[in-house]
Write a protein that binds this ligand. Structure first.
Ligand SMILES: [Zn+2]
Length: 596
């Protein structure tokens, strides 16, 4: 980590530990955050990127019951799978941990207490659906029955898909559990509620201050939610989760904090864990308490409400800044998010990603067959940044072959190969002409332009501008035709020097998107040391259980700046940067989808 610059917390959403990740997931929360974080590190800022697996809640308990394992065992399994997926994508987490750690429990309980002491959490007796056989809360969507309005027989406890009306599970005729078919029991049960209406004013000023900074759709959606904030239950009848840290509740085996309440606190608890692991337990404060520090949260649009409304409300409440006032909790005031960066949805060949219907391509399977940078490039240039977007194998093939291979791979290959063959080292430039100087200026100027786009999380614009430099360099080579220069080695050296300088610049400009192949270009040009750091998987232990975390040292070479290449640096004959794909992969992949 560099010693200057601003402290920037980058927070990609926590994947739910119920299965492997598919590319629809990682196009929203993961890859955009990594591109942003890598850029900010290169620009000299002190980035802390933390996340982990979200492991509590009824869906995991239900799936575990179905498979005859404990919730903990299921979470252990998918924590490992997901950590493997994200590591393979090159996600440069400072710490990727999980929500089932002692540290997370302690931090969640501290935030609960702060909110409770300030009066923003209150108990309420409600009628809740319970599974008679397990005593656990049956969430609304796990109950089905006949719609009281249209008599449709497959209505869910939260809504009827036939007539579209919102429902309350207690209104269903012949309600039954979707888990095991039994009739739910409606009983009086006491739960804690988060008093969201007490934050209407504070959230309103917070959100309105983001006008012009956030993506307009995210801000509009968030402002609309303010019109109807309701108290929200933060506990459940369940034995898998964080216990409620109050006398009379702590030891109740079937009362736990609701999973969404604990999961959003993960950003903070993971920062605390990172600080402890780094040897300075207070190191998190620079990202959470310094008013100059910045924080950016990345997610799919189905998660906006938790990041733009509920998490800021929890932080404001802990700080004592809602309608009821109060004092900051024992850790001191905590920073609210500076920006909530939400992506839209990715579909797959015109259909919604669905693990159950096998309309899916898992990260692991994808990376077995294709380069990681091919996926990263596709998501940057054609991902669901501002609108729902369809992934098709045909588009993927075209982006890979026509852009990565034919433009960037070709530029690197032909300039390095020719210079290595003719000179063996980076050639000395002679006197430069207008065309030479114009391309060099163009390339240097791109740092400010591409950097400004990356700083606003406009990945599509950023990668497109970086690629324009690559296209211009290819046009320059086609025009100068250095391969035809026979009797003027000085001129040939100048053209190749200019081309290699632009290759070096473009490698830097493309590093946030394509860290792995940029590292290869760095080596080809005679660079020493790691160019852009890659994450490592490390086994850690807690209570006798071993599990992986992702971490890494990212204080590497890459800086967001033009660096003059040094004549005389030895060059090696390049190996291809990317793999050209056979058009038949399109039919093969479509056949895999059909079979499934
Ligand atoms: Zn209905």
């Amino acid at each position: 980590m560099s010693s200057s610059g601003r402290h920037i917390l980058t927070a990609p959403a926590w994947p739910y530990a119920n299965g492997p990740r598919h590319i629809g997931h990682v196009s929203g929360f993961a890859l955009p955050c990594d591109m942003f974080s890598r850029y900010q590190r290169m620009a000299g800022n002190q980035v802390l990127m933390v996340s982990g697996t979200d492991e509590h809640g009824t869906p995991i308990q239900v799936q575990a019951d179905k498979e005859g394992v404990s919730a903990r065992e299921l979470a252990d399994r998918y924590n490992r799978v997901i950590a493997g997926d994200l590591h393979a994508l090159g996600m440069s987490y400072d710490l990727f941990t999980r929500t089932s750690t002692r540290n997370h429990y302690a931090v969640v309980q501290e935030i609960f207490k702060g909110l409770y002491d300030n009066g923003y959490i209150f108990p309420q007796t409600t009628m809740g659906a319970i599974s008679p056989s397990t005593g656990r809360t049956l969430p609304d969507r796990y109950i089905e029955g006949t719609c009281p309005i249209c008599s449709y027989d497959g209505a869910r406890g939260d809504q009827c898909d036939n007539c579209g009306n919102q429902l309350d599970p207690i209104d269903l005729i012949n309600p039954r559990s979707r888990i095991n078919g039994e009739t739910p029991k409606f009983v009086e049960t006491e739960h804690f509620m988060l008093d969201l209406p007490a934050f209407t004013d504070a959230l309103g000023s917070y959100l309105r201050s983001k006008q012009g900074e956030w993506r307009p759709n995210v801000l509009k959606f968030s402002l609309n939610l303010l019109d109807d904030l309701q108290p929200r239950a933060i506990s459940r009848d369940l034995d898998w989760g964080v216990p409620i840290p109050l006398d009379g509740w702590r030891d109740q085996p079937n009362k736990r904090l609701y999973v969404w309440f604990d999961a959003v606190i993960g950003y903070f608890s993971a920062s605390v864990e990172w600080a402890r692991r780094s040897g300075d337990p207070d190191a998190w404060r620079a990202w959470w308490q310094d008013p100059e520090a910045l924080s950016y949260y990345f997610m799919g649009k189905d998660n906006i409400v938790f990041h733009s409304e509920i998490w800021p409300a929890m932080l404001l409440g802990y700080n004592g800044l809602g309608d009821r006032g109060g004092e900051p909790g024992s850790l001191g005031g905590l920073n609210v998010p500076n920006e909530v960066v939400s992506s839209e949805f990715l579909t797959m060949e015109g259909r919604k990603f669905s693990s159950s219907r096998q309309v899916v391509i898992y990260v692991r399977d994808f990376l077995e067959r294709y380069d990681v940078d091919a996926l990263r490039y596709y998501i940057a240039v054609a991902g669901p940044e501002n609108q729902d977007t369809d992934f098709t194998w045909q588009h993927f093939l075209e982006r890979n072959n026509n852009e990565l291979v034919a433009q960037w791979g070709n530029l690197v290959n032909r300039s390095v190969t020719m210079a290595a063959k003719e000179f063996g080292t980076i050639p000395e430039p002679g006197e430069l002409g207008d065309a030479d100087r114009a391309l060099l200026e163009r390339s240097r100027g791109a740092f400010a332009a591409v950097g400004a786009e990356l700083n606003r999380s406009r990945f599509k614009n950023a990668v497109t501008e970086a690629f324009d430099v690559v296209r211009d360099a290819n046009a320059y080579l086609s025009q100068q035709e250095p391969w035809k220069i026979k009797d003027d080695p000085a001129r040939k050296g100048s053209v190749l020097h200019v081309a290699l300088q632009v290759v070096d610049d473009a490698k830097t400009l493309l590093t946030p998107f394509l860290p792995k192949s940029s590292g290869k270009v760095h080596e080809m040009l005679g660079g020493q040391g790691d160019w852009s750091g890659m994450p490592e998987l490390r086994e850690v232990d807690e209570d006798g259980v071993s599990y992986p975390v992702i971490t890494g040292q990212y204080d590497d070479e890459a800086r967001w700046e033009h660096r003059p290449i040094k004549p005389g640096t030895p060059l090696s004959k390049p190996t291809p940067l990317f793999t050209k794909l056979d058009p038949k992969i399109v039919d093969e992949e479509l056949a895999r989808l059909e079979q499934a």
